[in-house]
Design a protein around this ligand. Structure first.
Ligand SMILES: Cc1cc2nc3c(=O)[nH]c(=O)nc-3n(C[C@H](O)[C@H](O)[C@H](O)COP(=O)(O)OP(=O)(O)OC[C@H]3O[C@@H](n4cnc5c(N)ncnc54)[C@H](O)[C@@H]3O)c2cc1C
Length: 417
């Protein structure tokens, strides 16, 4: 790692207890952040802005993390966070403000007007790849330390007063002593597993289908997202920019990508979106196609000792409600506030309340994402009664401003409490 990477670390002490051919560095910081996804990088920027030292430890390369095609819709709180951190210039130029969404039921679209229903709230379409690029580009100039390609990252002594994180890189084992560890390493990370199973409780719903997604450099079908509930299954016409579109269709979990050449995908998406939207679909060659399983999962608590979980490390939502990245941002906003309070006032009160405060918002987003998924997808075990109820609920939303307001309020994002 470059020497400048370590400008905010207090010490570098070789460990004499190791054998001569084994190298170990011992470093120190205030907050060790595991994972350089949205949760880890927003937290690093928030802490840096308050003069709190942090080191981010990531097992992948920057290109890998930045290249992952994932979220595309930013809630107000995420947009405000980009503004507050001075990271919004490109988002303001290139992002697309959306005042609403469309829902097509068996081919008939209607619109939910967020701005009118919520007193002016909107969402921003700006891809997670762009958000990550902005976070990474600003990290170096701001002195945020990121260790890339760290192997065997492990949190230690999380219930003691002196936790630390170890990892290996280029044959060197590094130990980072710290006050706190932020586990921002996503669903497949190591942090959640460091909490004893006697403490951790997981609540989970696995959906019996996935989303087959396609990315193509073609103009979007509509200025806003179109969610489609169809008797053949769910579809979504989304976008990343005025020239780049993202489409999804509900698929079975054993579906194979090679069985979905572009023409078949476009035919199926257009069928589910219905003739009005299909007439506006521009087809083109895909440059990315993938299948993502859908899952709802929450682990409680989000803190054990000096280890704090944030983002996908603690919870997963199906992408229907566009909440995953936004929840990561709201978690670390609360965590950063609590850490700042600790370092400013020496009070652990806010840290003690972090898990309960974050979970209160997480569960509301989980509820919305589950509900919106249930409303718009086809479930193999649905009987005629369930289908009628689903149709009635969609018709209620189509015709009732009260029902629309509830959907709009949740979609644009509930406030931080
Ligand atoms: C296909 C898809 C579509 C999505 N669409 C949306 C959407 O429209 N809207 C939305 O809001 N959300 C969406 N999401 C969810 C969103 O992408 C995630 O919720 C978000 O990335 C969570 O951020 P995070 O930082 O918590 O976790 P992650 O983004 O998973 O980042 C965790 C980081 O930790 C690193 N890491 C893991 N293990 C270790 C380890 N042992 N040591 C060190 N580092 C480690 C990983 O490499 C990764 O960089 C989507 C997700 C997928 C998969």
């Amino acid at each position: 790692m470059a020497p400048s990477t370590w400008c905010f670390i207090f010490g570098l002490i070789p460990n004499a207890a190791k054998a001569a051919d084994e190298k170990e560095e011992v470093l120190r910081t205030q907050v060790a952040i595991i994972g350089a996804g949205p949760a880890g990088m927003f937290l690093a920027h928030l802490l840096r802005a308050e003069g709190i030292e942090a080191v981010v430890i990531e097992r992948q390369t920057r290109d890998y993390v930045e290249g992952r095609v994932r979220a595309g819709v930013l809630e107000q709180i995420t947009v405000s966070m980009m503004e507050a951190l001075g990271l919004s210039a490109r988002m303001r130029r290139e992002g697309l403000v959306h005042n609403g969404i469309n829902i097509a039921v068996e081919g008939e679209p209607f619109r939910i007007d967020f701005a009118a229903l919520t007193g002016g709230s909107t969402v921003m379409v700006y891809g997670q790849q762009e958000v990550m690029r902005d976070l990474f580009d600003a990290a170096g100039p701001r002195g945020i330390d990121i260790v890339w390609q760290a192997e065997k990252v492990t949190p230690h002594d999380i219930t003691g007063d002196r936790p630390f994180v170890t990892w290996q890189k280029d044959g060197v084992e590094t130990r980072l002593d710290c006050d706190f560890i932020a586990g921002c390493d996503g669903y497949h990370g190591v942090s959640r597993g460091a909490m004893p199973s006697s403490v951790l409780k997981t609540f989970e719903r696995v959906y019996p289908f996935g989303w087959l997604g396609l990315l193509a450099d073609v103009p979007p079908a509509d200025e806003e997202l179109v969610y489609a509930k169809h008797s053949r299954g769910f579809a979504l016409a989304s976008m990343r920019s005025p020239t780049r579109s993202r489409y999804y269709i509900q698929c079975s979990l054993d579906e194979k990508l090679e069985d979905w050449p572009d023409d078949r995908f476009w035919d199926e998406a257009c069928l589910r979106l219905g003739p009005t939207v299909a007439a506006k679909v521009t087809r083109g060659p895909s440059f990315e196609k993938s299948i993502a399983p859908l899952r709802s999962s929450v682990c409680e608590p989000m803190r054990h000792g000096r280890l704090f979980l944030a983002g996908d490390a603690a919870h997963i939502v199906p992408p229907t409600g566009a909440k995953g990245l936004n929840l990561a941002v709201s978690d670390v906003t609360m965590l950063a506030e609590a850490l700042v309070a600790y370092y400013r006032t020496n009070s652990a009160h806010a840290l003690d309340g972090y898990s309960a405060r974050a979970l209160a918002r997480v569960w509301k987003a989980e509820r919305f994402s589950w509900w919106y998924t249930s409303l718009t997808h086809l479930f193999a075990d649905m009987d005629d009664f369930s289908r009628r109820i689903q149709a009635a609920e969609l018709d209620y939303i189509r015709t009732s401003p009260v029902a629309q307001r509830s959907l709009a309020e949740n979609y644009v994002g509930l406030p931080l409490s």
